[in-house]
Design a protein around this ligand. Sequence first.
Ligand code: NDP
Length: 414
Amino acid sequence: MKAISVLGSTGSIGTQTLDIARDFPDQYKVVALTAGRNLALLVEQIQEYRPEVVALADTALLPELQKRLKAAGVDEAATPQLVGGPDGLNVAASWESADLVVTGIVGCAGLLPTLAAIRAGKDLALANKETLIAAGPVVLPELKKSGSRLLPADSEHSAIFQCLQGTPWADNARLSTGVPTPGLRRIQLTASGGAFRDWDARDLEKATVADATSHPNWSMGRKITVDSASLMNKGLEVIEAHYLFGLDYDHIEIVIHPQSIIHSMIELADSSVLAQLGWPDMKLPILYCLSWPERQETPWRRLDLTEVGQLSFRKPDPAKYPCMELAYAAGRAGGTMPAVMNAANEEAVAQFLEEKIHFLDIPVVIEAACERHKTDLIDHPQLDDVLAVDQWARQAVREQVSRGTRRMPAVLAA
Ligand code: NDP
């Protein structure tokens, strides 16, 4: 029986993790949950999973949670310890009885709880990619110090991780040390192409929030769905892959694969290419984190390639997806630049979801923040540096949006 903490239990990753715990009650026990604002769902989760501790991001919501638990008939004995705010999230993330922490909080808000889990020596199923992107130079030494293992829950990185298990060089101690796996020549991250995969670049001028938040293959939270439409998600994954597997950016490529059946590929020194395949369903990579190094028997729908028929691949068009290029540039610049790029993207996507900016403005405001940060870049940042540039970049984007500047990317202006 493995004890798990689920950070962001009310989100897409969180609910899918809890579905797994429901499907395999003899294997996984939920000991800690954290949530943002969705109290209705959180109450149901507390009733079903009976965790030992529950944390809310906002302390002010704790009395309301207590009231709802009482109204739902949860007696005092069955009520978990309730904590709130940043300290509360850290308490839940480092909860003593947990063996593994699933990080399903969205955005840089996941950074401090993830660090708390690492400092407590917990193994992590890392879904919250923003943590590693913003703070890779801080997180990697902390992992080394505590001995925690960072198991990738993102489907692409899980695919790479699974493929690496099949190589003679597999050394799980090397995961997320920044040291490249010997014999690993190239990583190819597959991308569905997101909501605008089949749109002409010129038609993006008409893109709405509803268009950008409907993903053709995967069911995910709103922020990552917009990131998929802009291909920023894949750019973030390039940086995540760099930190997890140690390859430089010239050896991490993106390939559009509309069917989302191959979840990523690795090329080895002998030119052999290994891939991991499956239906596009996040439950599989999450389960692999939970069961690793074992494989859990499941009754899930089995892959039938004759049903799929065709697997196709093409190169992404950098002019249509400027966010992808911005992510590569930030990754190559290193230091605090990925943190700035990540925070600017989070703020830009939030502004887009509130319909304050257009989809095409997202790369424009990110680029402006990254340009301004060039002269202040810190090569070897500490945690405080990361937190400071994160706040600065959000503010820089808000200011730019309030000035109402809008510039058309060159490809569309032409
Ligand atoms: P969702 O938006 O569906 O869920 C986010 C979770 O985080 C919710 O539980 C939410 O609480 C909580 N939350 C939001 N803001 C805060 C905050 N400030 N402090 C604490 N908790 C907060 O996101 P996803 O599940 O889609 O994504 C989670 C992470 O996993 C992201 O980093 C994403 O990139 C990554 N990921 C997701 C995949 C997917 O398939 N969804 C695939 C691969 C990676 P509430 O809802 O109660 O407000």
